[in-house]
Design a protein around this ligand. Structure first.
Ligand SMILES: [Mn+2]
Length: 337
């Protein structure tokens, strides 16, 4: 579609993707719809070009995303990945997608980055450079959108299966085309994917209207923890391992709950504190308008986007984390007491 976008993709990235016959695709741990969708979307596009593709994730795909075409392609065996690399005879590239820093690649980070030439595609504002060549554009709504642009510059066909994955990626990272990162171009791309056969209603059903009763019960418990600060500008909710156990919900069911406090009219920033893994308390921040929560996440050693960011603490209690995060948000965002 647009010629302008073509200029933004570094030539070294295009070359890195174009030439090798074997490709390893990586994404970040705790993958969301953009991570999995952009990975599978690119896999289908590259396979159409006759390349052999190995999609690696250290954890199996969450049942929430198994509707995505090709989700069964994703492998969690590091040994199988090593065999694929050995067989490729140096005719290989590794493409890391949607991971804002190399530690987000998980426990095999060093090995994964050492296997071959590494191309990085990412849109996190807090991106910390890694790999050999990279295309990082924080103006892009999603890695899914970047894969679409890459395919159009390389003049690759985007098959139906890739279209479904890229639509899911874009839809997830834009909060269903609601967040600030949604551009006219984003919508044109989504329209083109729909022209290729994606059905928005079906996608919404898979992505949003398919929750289980344990998740609904968990939502009820989590909303019961709501605390408001700064004359309604700051909303905080939390979840504990006990709540998961009592409702029968899984850690996947926690995803997206932060959107509820974010949707309150007075709220500028919503905080979701998760104490569901031993020794780790993780925090998701969501903001509206001018609030830049990536700055706050970076302060705590994490990262993300202007309006969506996260970080984690080790060896701190939920209450300690809550006090520290609320204090920092008051400071950084100039909220009124
Ligand atoms: Mn993303």
């Amino acid at each position: 579609m647009s010629e302008k976008q073509a200029l933004k993709i570094p030539e070294a990235v295009l070359d890195g993707v174009r030439h090798p016959s074997n490709v390893v695709l990586l994404t970040h741990v705790y993958p969301d719809g953009d991570a999995i969708g952009s990975m599978l979307g690119l896999a289908w596009i590259l396979e159409k070009l006759g390349k052999r593709v190995f999609c690696f994730m250290e954890e199996p795909v969450s049942p929430h995303y198994t509707f995505l075409p090709g989700s069964e392609k994703i492998q969690s065996s590091f040994d199988a990945l090593c065999r694929f690399v050995q067989k490729s005879d140096d005719d290989i590239v590794t493409i890391a997608m949607d991971a804002g820093d190399s530690s987000r690649l998980g426990r095999y980070e060093d090995e994964l980055l050492g296997h071959s030439h590494v191309v990085v595609i990412d849109h996190h504002r807090s991106h910390k450079n890694y790999g050999d060549v990279r295309w990082v554009d924080p103006c892009m709504s999603s890695s899914g959108e970047m894969v679409y642009e890459l395919a159009s510059v390389l003049e690759c066909e985007v098959p139906f299966e890739a279209s479904v994955n890229l639509y899911a990626a874009i839809c997830t990272d834009t909060g269903s085309f609601r967040y600030e990162c949604t551009s006219g171009r984003t919508l044109l791309i989504a329209a083109d994917l729909v022209e290729r056969g994606v059905r928005p209603e079906m996608m919404a059903r898979h992505l949003y209207d398919n929750i289980t009763l344990p998740r609904l019960n968990l939502l009820q418990r989590v909303l019961g923890t709501l605390e408001m600060y700064g004359e309604g500008q700051l909303a905080v909710i939390h979840v504990t391992a006990d709540m998961l156990e009592e409702t029968g919900a899984t850690s996947d069911d926690v995803e997206g709950l932060v959107d509820y406090p974010r949707s309150l009219d007075s709220v500028k920033t919503a905080v979701f504190i998760k104490s569901i893994r031993q020794d780790t308390v993780s925090v998701s921040l969501r903001a509206k308008g001018d609030c830049d929560v990536a700055v706050v996440a970076e302060h705590f050693g994490g990262g993300g986007h202007r309006n969506a960011a996260g970080f984690r603490f080790r060896d701190k209690t939920l209450d300690e984390v809550k006090a520290e995060v609320v204090k920092e948000l008051f400071f950084q965002l100039g909220l009124v007491h």
